[in-house]
Write a protein that binds this ligand. Structure first.
Ligand SMILES: [Zn+2]
Length: 154
């Protein structure tokens, strides 16, 4: 049930959205992470105390509060922890036209997962636990979408 007045009540309602451009300083760790992505390499940081490997890299461990100085290069393969399939359109916030799938991928060796798109994939064959591999854009720009998507490892 809508809370907006009905059209026959004499009030015209115009629906629209706003776009607010913004920028932020990525910081030392994210800058290195994005710079490495531009070279098609994925790096994380490791906690010196508990040994957890974070991707995206964290400057300090959220559990031990130790600073993570050690950088570790990860491969481009991992395991799909969970996923969803988007079947409706919401152009102001969605990265692409539906239907598409995205999920949380835990790269091999990492202790945290990253949210990313799934591509070259049959929606009926997506399974939690399946092996996936990063596919990089041909012309990376230094952001997280330099990884175009993760595809199934065949
Ligand atoms: Zn730790």
């Amino acid at each position: 049930m809508s809370e907006l007045p009905e059209k026959d009540e004499g009030i015209y309602v115009h629906r629209s959205g706003i776009k607010v451009p913004y920028q932020w300083h990525a910081g030392e760790y994210a800058t290195r992470f994005y710079t490495e992505l531009k070279d098609k390499r994925i790096w994380g940081t490791k906690c010196p105390d508990c040994g957890k490997l974070f991707i995206p890299p964290k400057k300090s461990c959220p559990e031990c509060f130790k600073q993570c100085y050690e950088w570790v290069e990860l491969g481009d393969t991992g395991t799909l922890l969970t996923y969803t399939i988007v079947r409706y359109s919401e152009p102001l916030i969605q990265p692409r036209e539906p239907p598409y799938a995205y999920g949380i991928i835990k790269l091999d060796g990492a202790d945290t997962g990253v949210v990313h798109l799934l591509g070259e994939i049959d929606f009926d064959k997506i399974k939690v636990g399946m092996r996936v591999k990063a596919v990089f854009n041909e012309n990376p720009e230094g952001n997280f979408l330099d990884i175009k998507y993760f595809k199934p490892v065949r």
